[in-house]
Write a protein that binds this ligand. Structure first.
Ligand code: GLU
Length: 501
């Protein structure tokens, strides 16, 4: 049997980073097992539907390189992959369960449901669910006669279909992450399967589709664990084999105290969505990881290790390595603390690895005014170990784009003196004999020139840096000379002498 997994988001808003991780684990598991990764849009709850959310989900996955084999945009033999386009499929299964006595019609109005809860609360009952006990006091096919039910349905009275949960039975299943899970059905309620408008609820649509789409493994967030016993019961009632289950650990706030929420992320000042998101309802604008400068490969590597670890010390994994190493057994049970510093670290590591040309292209994308600057790849080279995000290069490398206008005062005080000035001027003269120099050539000229009268380098270097960059520290100085070129170096030295003396 070939592995088929699905990521089944509801388009109720932006995709949270936890959702991206769920999609990623499904994707890695599918690829690892030569299986199929499916994107299924669970949009049966029209009251929570958000315009643009589906497109956002697809764009986010594409940015992270998580490409579905089957889904709303790519199609596939088991589609359509949008539940709203499958609405006619589900009710027949609800009716089948009704016919077999495993589900029943219920006519209770919301006032009646409220009244039931109030009554129970008043009587001191803690569990006020619609369940094996309370169902017998309600307005449903189990308490009404066949004829009464018939009349109600024929007269068009609204009804829902509820599952008839066993009264006191252990429901057990093996979760690939948490091991055996056992829940007594007495703690579970008779969930609605089919709503009064004929639409299925999440539970019904979800398991029907998992069955019809031949899903072999359900890999999803821990928040769905409480629904799993109901789903297992539904599979059993319908006579279907349940897929294997794997519930992923929660993403926690950096301090480990509670779930990582949008609010927590906002407060701590880091993104929680993969891409920019403009909430059409609240009008709120949120910046994504992408727009914050994260490279997709770094983001994916970071995310992969948030709740999973292949063991060992290695932290940087290529996409192929992740696929190769991925297994459900190595997913942690404990919640994963979200550490934005770690995300930055990953970005830095990946930034070092990408080519100078690629960085140059991204710089132009970010700063169109840099277009046409042939030095960008070299500039990128000189800065890429010094920044976390490409965007920071514009400031970190400011002196490449403009002559310094201010000079680090402390450095001037400490290192700018007559000897330094004399040597700088002499060096500029030596250097000007060349059209251009490589960093190592510049270094030879510099050291040989100073060696003539045994001036220690440390007496001149800081002043040289000051005059070229205005700063006290920065990238390799000889590389800066290579990039600026002899003429510009000479000009900047002359300028500094004029201004600082
Ligand atoms: N539609 C559910 C969600 O929004 C899917 C849960 C599941 O994977 O079963 O996450």
């Amino acid at each position: 049997m070939s592995v088929r997994v699905r990521f089944a988001p509801s388009p109720t808003g932006a995709l949270h980073i936890g959702g991206v991780r769920t999609a990623l684990y499904n994707y890695l598991f599918a690829k690892k097992n030569n299986g199929t990764f499916i994107l299924r849009i669970e949009d049966t709850d029209r009251t929570r539907f958000v315009e643009g959310a589906e497109a956002y989900i697809e764009k986010s996955l594409a940015w992270a390189g998580i490409i579905p084999d089957e889904g709303p945009s790519v199609g596939g033999d088991f589609g359509p992959y949008r539940q709203s386009e499958r609405r006619d499929i589900y009710s027949k299964y609800a009716q089948q369960l009704v016919a077999e006595g495993k589900a029943y019609y219920a006519f209770d109005t919301s006032e009646e449901l409220d009244a039931m809860r109030d009554r129970l609360t008043e009587a001191g009952v803690v569990n006020t669910q619609y369940n094996a006990i309370t169902r017998m006091q309600m307005n449903n096919a189990l308490t009404l006669s066949k004829e009464e039910v018939q009349v109600k349905i024929e007269s068009g009275e609204p009804y829902v279909v509820r599952i008839k949960m066993p009264r006191n039975e252990d429901i057990r299943f093996k979760d690939e992450v948490r091991g055996w899970v056992v829940v007594n059905s007495a703690t579970l309620d008779d969930k609605v399967l089919l709503k009064s408008d004929g639409m299925p609820t999440y539970h019904l649509a979800n398991i029907v589709d998992d069955h019809l789409m031949k899903i072999t493994h359900v890999i999803r967030g821990e928040e769905w664990l409480p629904s799993a016993p109901l789903h297992i019961t539904l599979y059993e009632y319908l006579g279907w084999e349940a897929p294997q289950m794997a519930h992923l650990p929660l993403l926690l706030k950096p301090d480990g105290n509670g779930k990582l929420s949008k609010r927590a992320a906002d407060k701590l000042g880091f993104p929680i969505f993969p891409l920019n998101w403009n909430d059409p309802q609240s009008g709120e604008q949120s910046k994504g990881f992408k727009e914050n400068g994260y490279l997709p490969e770094a983001f994916v590597n970071f995310l992969a290790l948030l709740g999973w670890n292949p063991g060992g010390e290695q932290e940087i994994f290529s996409g192929e390595e992740l696929i190769d190493l991925f297994s459900l057994e190595k997913i942690n049970k404990a919640g994963a603390k979200f550490d934005i510093e770690k995300a930055k670290w990953f970005n830095q590591q990946y930034l070092k690895q990408i080519s100078n040309d690629e960085i140059a292209a991204k710089l132009v994308e970010l700063f169109p005014d840099l277009k046409g600057n042939d030095l960008l790849p070299e500039i990128a080279h000189s800065l890429k170990e010094r920044v976390t995000f490409i965007e920071e290069m514009k400031v970190a490398g400011q002196f490449y784009f403009e002559r310094p206008t201010v000079y680090n005062e402390k450095m001037v005080k400490k290192k700018w003196n007559e000897l330094a000035v004399e040597k700088l001027q002499g060096f500029a003269k030596e250097l000007s004999k060349q059209e251009s120099v490589k960093a190592d050539e510049a270094k030879t000229i510099f050291t040989e020139y100073l060696a003539q009268d045994e001036t220690p380098m440390g007496r001149v270097m800081p002043a040289l840096r000051l005059s070229l960059t205005g700063e006290g520290g920065g990238p390799d100085l000889m590389h800066i000379i290579q990039i600026l070129g002899p003429q510009e170096v000479a000009d900047r030295i002359a300028l500094a002498v004029e201004r600082l003396n």
